[in-house]
Design a protein around this ligand. Structure first.
Ligand SMILES: Nc1ncnc2c1ncn2[C@@H]1O[C@H](COP(=O)(O)OP(=O)(O)OP(=O)(O)O)[C@@H](O)[C@H]1O
Ligand SMILES: [Mg+2]
Length: 258
């Protein structure tokens, strides 16, 4: 247990005026670990994810992130430039709606290549080659490289968003309902691509989903939220097989019933 967590969240609270988004949430994320945040609509999952990743400013509490050089930093103390740098290099963010994470009228190759340029890659031929490799990794046919994602299906868009985020080899990926907007038949392929890449790259991830089957497939550990609070936390298998909190029991029995 001498290993340092990649991320440590302590007593994180985010309010929207008098309304609570999430309250007093604490957890650690270990290198290579996938943590799912589950719970019903309005339970605070997105608020928590956005507060941890600093897309919104929490009301109180701290998030400490271990930088590549091994130094733990309180995210509140990072300069704007340091945060931007983290966002480009160490972190990925996959949105539920691909249009929020892609440039819909830029070519697929451009969407991937752009991220490489943002980390200083300049050689056009190399960038195009890496982009082509990544399209293949997410099962997008190579001959679609010059097509814009607005001409892609929902599943293809989501796989492109994954490629765009992973091409720079981030250490941590935030995923907000990555398959939420997709047909069940299309979800399977996206999940399969994601599971393979997370394992191959040894990525750490925080995954928001209301779908326990998605959590089961991808996550090592899960946290169950209700009304902004974490009501249960544990290894995915344990929580699903032996839920302790009545709310988790209800969630689990409702998926087993269908
Ligand atoms: N921008 C906002 N302004 C005011 N209240 C907000 C805002 N965003 C979220 N909330 C409130 O915070 C609470 C948690 O919302 P949040 O979006 O985090 O839930 P969620 O678990 O992600 O739900 P869903 O599964 O529907 O995406 C809700 O009561 C919501 O109404
Ligand atoms: Mg949400």
């Amino acid at each position: 247990m001498t290993e340092t967590p990649l991320l440590r969240v302590e007593a994180l609270t985010t309010r929207y005026g008098s309304r609570t988004g999430c309250e007093d949430v604490s957890f650690a994320l270990w290198p290579g670990e996938v943590l799912a945040i589950v719970g019903e609509s309005g339970s605070g999952k997105t608020t928590l994810l956005n507060s941890v990743s600093r897309r919104i400013e929490p009301t109180s509490g701290t998030v400490t992130y271990t930088m590549r050089d091994g130094t733990p930093r309180d995210l509140a103390t990072l300069t704007e430039a340091e945060r931007r740098h983290l966002g480009r290099t160490d972190w990925g963010f996959v949105h539920q709606n691909p249009a929020d994470g892609l440039r819909m009228s830029v070519s697929a190759g451009g969407n991937v290549g752009e991220r490489l340029m943002a980390v200083g890659r300049r050689h056009y031929g190399d960038i195009r080659q890496v982009a082509a490799d990544w399209l293949e990794r997410v099962e997008i046919p190579a001959d679609r490289i010059d097509d814009a994602p607005r001409t892609f299906s929902g599943g293809m868009r989501q796989r492109l968003q994954i490629a765009r985020n992973l091409v720079t080899h981030p250490r941590l990926v935030f995923l907000d309902e990555p398959t939420g907007g997709l047909d069940v038949s299309v979800q399977a392929r996206v999940l399969d691509v994601m599971r393979r890449l997370v394992a191959d790259m040894g990525l750490s991830a925080i995954l928001v989903t209301h779908d326990l089957a998605v959590a089961r497939l991808l996550a090592d550990r899960m946290m169950v939220m209700k009304d902004g609070h974490v009501v249960e936390e544990g290894l995915t298998e344990r929580v699903l097989e032996d839920p302790q909190h009545p709310y988790t029991q209800l969630l689990v029995s409702s998926i087993l019933a269908v």
